[in-house]
Design a protein around this ligand. Structure first.
Ligand code: F1P
Length: 599
């Protein structure tokens, strides 16, 4: 059991790199030896485990099996891609840089494209960056997993964004090198080299890219990655695919995968901007320096691990008592709150109201392509005041997330006063530059109103490195820790696996089958059979079901819940679906339900 004395041994840090460690799985799907006991860890211990997992991102790659974030080859490719971006920035006529991905990868494409278009706007230049997210803007705030399996939709959305352009640098992001939506786009780029230069960002080597047949296509993700690898020798395509180690919760690529995506894209685009607008040539040394700033970001963030542990505990307690966790954020940190909250639904099977984000300025601040997304997606602080505040009480935890550089500390204090009338479970998380005392008095007021205040003080940055981007990464790490930790404390995780995952696309369907094999010890065919019975809620499979493909199963899975726990109970105990359902009702905490079957 992981007690409060958990320490991370060097061998546990590197164990996943051995060719014998879960050899059939790509790095992005392996389980992390560091978090084997995360389901029984204390809040502080959970944070320490997450810190150790995140530190794996920056581990030295010399002599290692996999290339890493700081490996020479990776930095060289980043340099080349930054130069491609620089060319476009210097002559942006009929040119575009497109960032595209599914789920978290698409959300980060949006976040990064928005930040760099804003930077161009501040220099009176027109936008050059566009983002694509599978499922459209709704996917920024909710999970739309079915479009991820659709390569044709990927191509259509790419063509639409690029209409009339003569030169496109396409950056396709898929942490697991797995999303058919992105594979389709990359394949299209490879077929039209006169316009498109494709870049692939992900966190597995090409030989671990997904090789499953994509219905209606002659290619797989792996075959596309292989073709890109060949073209990379002539700089006609680029692969940025360091390994960052397995996720703390197996397969949860919103965590390290998302963080590393943000780091890589920002390092490349910042270098290109500095070369274009500040006469600082793109060099590997400059890129490495920038990476170093992000490594420092991890250090500064986790130096507050006790404060983060306390927040995670407060959030976990709220969820356990049926309360809500609300993030009230300002600027891009508010966007990160929206993103983190929305990911809890598909990642932990959470209810929409369990963790919610709100951003000052609502859609005006979010500035997404499609604008307001309707009454199901209320995101402004006014919406929080109107819809949540009236029923707020001490069971609910509220987090204020802001910086001292945005001139809005007065607004934060005002909102803190309003929330404090309803709950004392109020917490502040804020960033400021060392020596900046501008909003000290207002901050004192906020501290008095809050149960806890977490202050991150940052040294003035070295030139060319945006403090705001470090604040964003720091906030992402903190929120990922709070929401993951809170759901661990709620009993949603077994060992380091999310058992109650929704099997709403082919990647998740395969992951669920594998998980059933691992936890039940049964053969693949039996596990898939049990999963299908649970998805379709039948004790006997019909020919109709067995002859359908995975996309039909994923569609069917959308209407039901708890398919994987049900299948697992059936496999472990031989019970019928109905009996398994009763067992889960008696043990609503998934970890306990599994343990009761095993004991
Ligand atoms: C894309 C993604 C993840 C999400 C879930 C489903 O993965 O949407 O962001 O958390 O796992 O897939 P990828 O294409 O970036 O590997």
């Amino acid at each position: 059991m992981a007690g409060s004395d958990w320490t991370c041994s060097l061998s546990a840090m590197h164990e996943w790199e051995s060719p014998d460690y879960e050899p059939s799985l790509p790095v992005s799907e392996k389980s992390n030896p560091l978090t084997r006991d995360i389901d029984r860890a204390s809040p502080n211990c959970i944070v320490r485990m997450l810190q150790a997992c995140d530190a794996q991102m920056f581990q030295d790659g010399t002599g290692a099996t996999y290339q890493r974030l700081l490996s020479e080859q990776v930095v060289e490719t980043l340099t080349e891609v930054a130069k491609q971006v620089e060319h476009i920035l210097k002559d942006p006529r009929d040119s575009l840089i497109v960032l595209s991905g599914c789920g978290t990868s698409g959300r980060l494409a949006f976040l990064v494209a928005s930040a760099f278009n804003r930077a161009l706007g501040e220099l009176d230049r027109s936008s050059v960056y566009s983002y694509i997210i599978a499922g459209g803007d709704k996917a920024l705030l909710s999970s739309q997993e079915a479009p991820e399996d659709d390569p044709k939709l990927g191509v259509l959305s790419l063509k639409k964004v690029c209409e009339g352009q003569k030169r496109v640098l396409f950056i396709g992001i898929s942490c697991g090198l797995s999303a058919p939506f992105v594979a389709g786009q990359l394949d299209f780029c490879l077929q039209h080299p006169e316009v498109y230069t494709p870049v692939l960002v992900g966190f597995n080597p090409p030989h671990q890219a997904r090789d499953e047949r994509i219905p209606g296509c002659t290619f797989t993700f792996r075959s596309v990655a292989r073709r890109m690898q060949e073209l990379a020798t002539r700089q006609r395509a680029f692969l940025i695919n360091p390994a960052v180690g397995p996720e703390a919760v197996s397969g949860s690529s919103r965590m390290k995968g998302g963080s590393a995506t943000k780091i890589l894209l920002e390092v490349v685009l910042s270098a290109a901007h500095a070369a274009t607008f500040a006469d600082t040539p793109v060099t590997p040394k400059g890129l490495l320096q920038h990476m170093g700033a992000y490594e420092k970001t991890l250090e500064i963030t986790y130096a507050q691990r006790e404060g983060i542990g306390a927040l995670l505990e407060a959030a976990g307690q709220s969820l356990r008592r049926g309360g809500r966790v609300c993030y009230l954020g300002w600027g891009p940190l508010g966007t990160l709150g929206l993103i983190d909250a929305s990911e809890c639904v598909p990642t932990f099977g959470a209810g929409c109201e369990d963790v919610r984000g709100y951003i000052s300025g609502g859609y005006r601040e979010l500035n997404n392509n499609e604008g307001p997304l309707g009454p199901d997606f209320c995101i402004a602080h006014e919406d929080f005041l109107r819809l949540v505040l009236p029923s707020l009480d001490d069971r609910d935890a509220v987090l204020l997330i802001y910086t001292h550089s945005g001139n809005n500390v007065g607004e934060v204090a005002e909102l803190a006063r309003t929330v404090r009338e309803k709950t004392s479970n109020l917490h502040a998380v804020y960033h400021r530059v060392d020596g900046d005392t501008a909003a000290a008095e207002q901050q004192d007021d906020i501290n008095k109103l809050c149960f806890s205040s977490l202050k991150f003080t940052w040294p003035s940055p070295a030139s060319g490195i945006s403090l705001h981007m470090q604040w964003e990464l720091s906030t992402k790490l903190l929120l990922n820790a709070v929401s993951t930790g809170a759901h661990v404390l709620k009993g949603k995780i077994y060992q380091n696996h999310m058992v109650d995952l929704q099997v709403t696309n082919s990647k998740l369907y395969r992951r669920a089958t594998r998980l059933l094999q691992k936890l039940s010890g049964g053969p693949e065919s039996r596990c898939e059979e049990a999963l299908l019975k649970a998805v379709y809620r039948v004790d006997e499979l019909t020919a109709d079901i067995t002859s359908s493909d995975v996309s039909a199963h994923a569609r069917a899975a959308r209407s039901g819940t708890k398919a994987v726990p049900l299948a697992l109970v059936c496999l472990l105990t031989g019970r019928s679906l109905r009996e398994a359902g009763t067992h889960l009702e008696q043990h609503p905490i998934v970890r306990e339900a599994v343990e009761a079957c095993l004991s």
